[in-house]
Design a binder for this molecule. Structure first.
Ligand SMILES: N[C@H](CCC[C@H](N)C(=O)O)C(=O)O
Length: 280
């Protein structure tokens, strides 16, 4: 079985081409759990599988978190898969990807730089504070696409110097907070300057911080644009694994276009030989 290992700003993925491999859908969650394990296997935040289109797109992207759960969408994953699709000849420089959350369009800018139009927000609650251990945390809540990928957006002063274990503890509690029926990816941010942010995302399905989160940055910048805290044009978001750029189009309080641009890396291309992988 052939695979690519890719990352988008350090958010890393194993990519399989099911147009060639023909793996049955029911074995994919287990494949994700096995292949994404760090130390024991290839190791990644998620597994992405390219499959045949059913809605007129160039292909379908299935996304699984490292714990085997299905993610509705993944922004960095979509950027990576657009590069994969382009380099494999499945699509051209501009492409249409079918995701669980809806259609995502992508564009090659340079060999390593890809831009996707994220699913439009289907829910935006700008002021939705949540209480954890008796403390009220300011919070916004966003879902992108339908079914929506859930994101909590939480300001965190001096995020760059935050105590790692305290931040992880709060991230985990917010991720499982009953205010979020689907659970949530928890995006902590700090405003560093004009249209410049620092962000850390505690991800549902990875159950830890990842090095970057594309839909997370999109959600944060959409919220801050609607709140008038950033312009929404070319907003730079620094994350541990690299820098992502977000553009927001909106008509009043309605976001009408959300664009994610950032780097990709093809780390290796090879054959999966994991002897613990039991597909059938
Ligand atoms: N890192 C991804 C989002 C993954 C979402 C996943 N953790 C879930 O909640 O199912 C991104 O770049 O947009």
């Amino acid at each position: 079985m052939r695979f690519w290992k890719m990352n988008g700003a350090g958010n890393d993925f194993v990519v399989l081409n099911n147009l060639e491999e023909h793996l049955p859908a029911e074995c994919l969650p287990q494949a994700a759990r096995t292949l994404c394990q760090r130390h024991l296997s290839i190791g990644a935040d998620g597994l992405m599988v390219v499959d045949a289109p059913t809605q007129g797109g160039d292909y379908k992207m299935l996304f699984f978190n490292s714990d085997g759960s299905v993610g509705e969408m993944c922004g960095n994953g979509a950027r990576c898969i657009c590069r994969y699709g382009y380099e494999l000849g499945l699509a051209g420089e501009t492409q249409t990807v079918e995701t669980t959350a809806g259609i995502v369009t992508g564009r090659r800018i340079t060999q390593r730089l890809y831009r996707v139009r994220l699913n439009d927000p289907t829910t935006v609650k700008l002021d939705a504070p949540v209480e954890v251990d008796g403390i009220r945390h300011p919070c916004s809540y966003v879902e992108l696409g339908n079914p929506g990928l859930p994101h909590a957006v939480v300001p965190y002063p001096n995020l760059r110097d935050a105590d790692e274990s305290q931040l992880r503890e709060l991230g985990r509690k917010l991720r499982w907070h009953p205010a979020f029926p689907k659970g949530a990816n928890v995006n902590f941010y700090e405003i560093l300057g004009d249209d410049l942010l620092y962000e850390r995302t505690f991800e549902r399905g990875v159950e830890d911080f990842t090095y970057a989160c594309g839909t997370g940055t999109g959600s944060v910048v959409a919220v801050l644009t609607l709140l008038g805290r950033v312009t929404g044009r070319n907003v730079r978001v620094d994350m541990k694994g690299g820098t992502l750029t977000i553009d927001v189009e909106h008509a009043g309080s309605q976001v009408t276009g959300l664009y994610l641009t950032g780097p990709t890396n093809v780390v290796c291309k090879g054959e999966v030989t994991d002897e613990d992988l039991n597909l059938f």
